[in-house]
Ligand binder design. Structure first.
Ligand SMILES: Nc1c(NC[C@H](O)[C@H](O)[C@H](O)CO)[nH]c(=O)[nH]c1=O
Ligand SMILES: CC(=O)[C@@H](O)COP(=O)(O)O
Length: 154
C-alpha cells in the first residue's frame, strides 16, 4: 500500500489571500488567522504573502480567477463572511461564491482554499472567527498549505 500525505511547511511558496470586505469586523479576524497560520505553521515569509481586498463574496470568484491566471502563486486563500438576512439574497451570494471558486480551482489546477463563512447569524460568524469554533481563516490556510504539498507528490 502506498499512502500519499503531506505536511504543512511550505517555505518559499507564494500565497495570495483574496479577502472580501463585506462584514469586515468578522473578515479581518479570518485574515489575521490565515496570515498567522501561513507564517507560523507554513513558514511562509511575509513578503511571500499578497493580500487582495475586494468588495464582497460575490466578487471573490472573479478576483480569484484573475489571481490564478497570473500564475504567480502556489495557492490562494479566499476569505469572506456571508451572513443570512431576511431575504433570499444569502443563497445567491453564497451559491455563486462557492461555485465560482471551485471552478477556478479546477480550471487552473491550483489549490484555492474556501475560507468563506456562510452562517445564519452574527453569533455563528463570531464563533468561527477566532472564538469558540476556531478560526476558519486559519483552517483555510492550513488546507492551502497541505494541498500545496500533496499536489507536489501526485
Ligand atoms: N450580503 C453579503 C454580501 N453582499 C455583497 C455582495 O457580495 C456584492 O459585493 C454586491 O452584491 C455587489 O456585487 N457580501 C458578503 O461578502 N457577505 C454578505 O453577507
Ligand atoms: C448575505 C445576505 O443575504 C444579507 O446580508 C442580505 O440581507 P437581506 O436578505 O436582509 O437583504
Amino acid at each position: 500500500m502506498q499512502v500519499i500525505e503531506a505536511g504543512y511547511s511550505a517555505r518559499g511558496k507564494k500565497i495570495a489571500i483574496v479577502v472580501a470586505r463585506f462584514n469586515s469586523f468578522i473578515v479581518e479576524s479570518l485574515l489575521s488567522g490565515a496570515i498567522d497560520t501561513l507564517q507560523r505553521v507554513g513558514n511562509i515569509a511575509e513578503q511571500d504573502i499578497t493580500v487582495v481586498r475586494i468588495p464582497g463574496a460575490f466578487e471573490l470568484p472573479l478576483a480569484v480567477q484573475r489571481v490564478a491566471a497570473s500564475k504567480k502563486y502556489d495557492a490562494i486563500v479566499a476569505l469572506g463572511a456571508v451572513i443570512r438576512g431576511g431575504t433570499p439574497h444569502f443563497e445567491y451570494v453564497s451559491g455563486e461564491c462557492v461555485k465560482g471558486i471551485a471552478q477556478v480551482s479546477m480550471q487552473y489546477d491550483l489549490p484555492v482554499a474556501f475560507g468563506v463563512l456562510t452562517v445564519d447569524s452574527i453569533e455563528q460568524a463570531i464563533e468561527r472567527a477566532g472564538t469558540k469554533a476556531g478560526n476558519k481563516g486559519g483552517e483555510a490556510a492550513m488546507s492551502a498549505l497541505e494541498m500545496i504539498n500533496v499536489l507536489e507528490q501526485l
